[in-house]
Design a protein. Structure first.
Length: 147
């Protein structure tokens, strides 16, 4: 049965009543004015490597570049240090954290939460929960990321 046939069979009114709650509960949109949930999302323990010779990781060859792998943001800071943080923001659990080269901070594109690059400490009033960081060690042209 097609969606159109389904809606014809149950009627538009019934379709509205049945689908609005579902669509609302599935939505990830939020105006940001509500309280923090108290849940600090975790990307889980990550143990993976990043090959700096792989063209997919070319962004890490320059200061300020970053990649996202396994829901972890791996970046090369403006000081040429390799760092990694969860792509999952501690504010509301969206997967929008990136490295902001100009501010040398982690930045969440959803509600503009900012975090210190080396400690994960919140740097504005969006949240008071730190961002999860990972250790990065370099062995030649391979980065080892552990959480």
């Amino acid at each position: 049965m097609t969606r159109k046939d389904f809606l014809k069979n149950i009627g538009v009114g019934a379709a509205f009543v049945l689908t609005v709650p579902c669509l609302h509960s599935c939505s990830g949109d939020d105006d940001g004015d509500g309280p923090d949930t108290g849940v600090t999302p975790s990307a889980g323990d990550q143990n993976f490597t990043v090959d700096l010779d792989d063209t997919a990781n070319a962004a890490l060859l320059a200061s300020g570049g970053f990649i996202i792998s396994n829901r972890v943001v791996v970046a090369r800071t403006v000081d040429d240090q390799f760092v990694a943080a969860s792509q999952i923001c501690s504010h509301e659990g969206t997967d929008q954290v990136v490295y902001d080269e100009l501010a040398d901070q982690w930045f969440c594109r959803t509600h503009a939460a900012r975090f210190a690059v080396t400690t994960g400490t919140p740097e504005n009033n969006v949240t008071d929960r730190p961002l999860r960081l990972y250790t990065v060690t370099q062995n030649g042209n391979t980065l080892i990321v552990n959480g």
